[in-house]
Design a protein around this ligand. Structure first.
Ligand code: NAD
Length: 487
């Protein structure tokens, strides 16, 4: 169903008409001016500011997430993204002068960022506003027309996004299509100039296959198992609080940068478990299923998926804290497991929920092998005060990002690119990286018609060959020498 009131099914034909419309708007040049881009980022900013309560209510309906988390991780980051874009857009749009070689003298050159055209953004349910609107800010700042397809798994947010973007934005260039697999498939059949997808890797590969048909570039923001290494000689209380805040304090573990599992040594593990238990009880009380400060699981499918991860004696017998569930309210308490089998389901796939296994190793250096034996994570965390170990961590672990002594906070730093590597995704965004993700860096060379040396034209004499060799060698002295006939 499109954002406009329509009884027609959104199929390939509708999708094709939509893209045709947007291509015409883009072709008219409307989206290219600095003024249009600023007006649209401002409109989006106003839309978020004016509708904070509605946004919080929609997310509460979809996830029962505490408003505090929505203010910090969706509204706060979105407002900041708008402010950064408005402050820096002029600079981002400026062509970048670059040097030219003597071989093209006299000449000058620049790199001109140009909009790609019509972009498709497919977003996920867990941060439905942030993951939809943050890429939209990048797309419009870069001067593109855009179609947003929010996730059907968070329906209240999806319909509010359609309503608000319909009301606040320039709909000749910015549209929302609501729907699930059928609607997304119809959209993916079209030719786009960029597809920006957030979600799981299985669908990521469907998106990439569809994009390949038209040679469309993609950004894939995927997930994975993000580890946390915990060293000795750190302040365990601070480490525990920061792990809790990144795990259960952000959508109850349903976030792509959530700590997926902990690796620590046999001697630290019991102390870490005790500290986590103490801090968890301070945060969420003795009966966390009743806590208003914990989001619920998004759907019964995801509830069943998480239950299945525990549905094995070898795993459920390892629960050292939590484990309580309430299916009728889709609630699962913060749950810690110690020393689960490495070949269990919970250690083979991304958890994306409130379960946190702790693996133990004899020496902490072994944790690099544990991480590198799996797929490349979206982020890897380390808690340590050991300088040498930090350096080894940076050298040895490949991930979308690394964070030392905290969790999740890197997501809000717009000067850092956000994205995965390998199975955790490709491409990046946030701040200027969002602008770049939706721009083509056009190489432009300006030559003069003076200085049209005949040396590059046939007939190719020995002198010309000598001079060309000297030019290729790049040494001014040799070039003059060759011109003067020196060998
Ligand atoms: P989801 O179910 O909302 O799906 C994402 C999008 O894909 C939706 O818009 C949905 O309609 C579409 N989709 C689903 N099946 C499809 C199909 N067969 N064909 C075409 N489109 C289809 O979200 P999800 O996949 O459950 O999201 C969770 C995953 O996303 C986790 O792996 C998580 O780590 C990852 N994630 C990554 C980031 C990031 O920024 N890197 C952010 C959030 C989530």
């Amino acid at each position: 169903m499109s954002s406009e009131v329509s009884t027609k099914v959104f199929d390939g034909e509708e999708a094709s008409l939509l893209v045709k419309d947007l291509r015409e708007s883009f072709g008219s040049g409307r989206t290219r001016s600095y003024e249009w881009r600023v007006s649209q980022v401002k409109a989006l900013q106003k839309m978020v500011v004016d509708n904070e309560q509605e946004i919080m209510d929609a997310i509460r309906a979809d996830l029962a997430r505490p408003p505090f988390e929505t203010v910090v991780y969706e509204i706060g980051i979105l407002k900041n993204s708008c402010e950064v874009a408005l402050k820096e857009l002029k600079q981002w749009m400026k062509p970048e002068k670059v040097k030219t070689p003597i071989a093209t003298f006299p000449s000058s050159a620049e790199i001109v960022p140009e909009p790609l055209g019509v972009a498709l953004i497919i977003s996920a349910w867990n941060y439905p506003f942030l993951l939809s609107l943050d890429p939209v800010i990048g797309a419009i700042a870069a001067g593109n027309a855009v179609v947003l397809k929010p996730s059907e798994i968070s329906p209240a947010s999806s319909s509010l996004l359609a309503k608000l973007l319909g009301k606040f934005m320039d709909n000749s260039c910015i549209r929302v299509v609501e729907g699930a697999v059928d609607e997304t498939t119809a959209l993916l059949q079209q030719k786009w100039d960029k597809i920006f997808y957030t979600g799981n890797g299985r669908v990521g590969s469907i998106v990439m296959t569809a994009a390949a048909k038209h040679l469309t570039p993609v950004v894939l923001e995927l997930g994975g198992k993000s580890p946390v290494i915990v060293d000795s000689n750190i302040n365990l209380q601070v480490a525990a609080r920061r792990i809790i805040s990144g795990k259960w304090g952000t959508n109850n573990g349903q976030v792509c940068v959530s700590p997926d599992y902990i690796i620590t040594t046999n001697d630290i593990a019991p102390k870490l478990v005790d500290t986590l238990k103490t801090e968890l009880e301070k945060f969420y009380g003795r009966n966390p299923l009743e806590s208003k400060d914990l989001a619920r699981i998004v759907s019964s499918n995801h509830f069943a998926r998480l239950t299945k991860l525990l549905d094995n004696d070898k795993v459920s017998s390892k629960i050292v804290y939590g484990g309580e569930k309430d299916e009728s309210r889709l609630r699962i308490a913060p749950t810690i497991l110690l020393d689960v089998p490495r070949d269990s389901l919970i250690m083979s796939e991304e958890i994306f929920g409130p379960l946190l296994p702790i693996l133990t190793v004899k020496k902490l250096e072994e944790s690099f092998d544990v991480i590198n034996s799996g797929t490349k994570p979206l982020v890897a965390y380390l808690f340590t005060t050991n300088k040498k170990f930090k350096e080894q961590f940076v050298m040895n672990v490949s991930a979308g990002a690394l964070v030392v002594n905290d969790t999740v906070v890197h997501f809000g730093i717009h000067t850092l690119p956000f994205g995965g590597v390998g199975e955790s995704g490709m491409g990046a965004y946030h701040g200027k990286f969002s602008f770049d993700a939706f721009s083509h860096k056009k190489a432009v060379l300006y030559r003069s018609v003076i200085g049209d040396f005949s040396i590059k034209y046939p007939p190719y004499t020995d002198t010309k060959l000598r001079v060309v060799k000297a030019i290729v060698g790049g040494r001014i002295f040799n070039i003059f020498g060759a011109l003067l006939g020196w060998s």
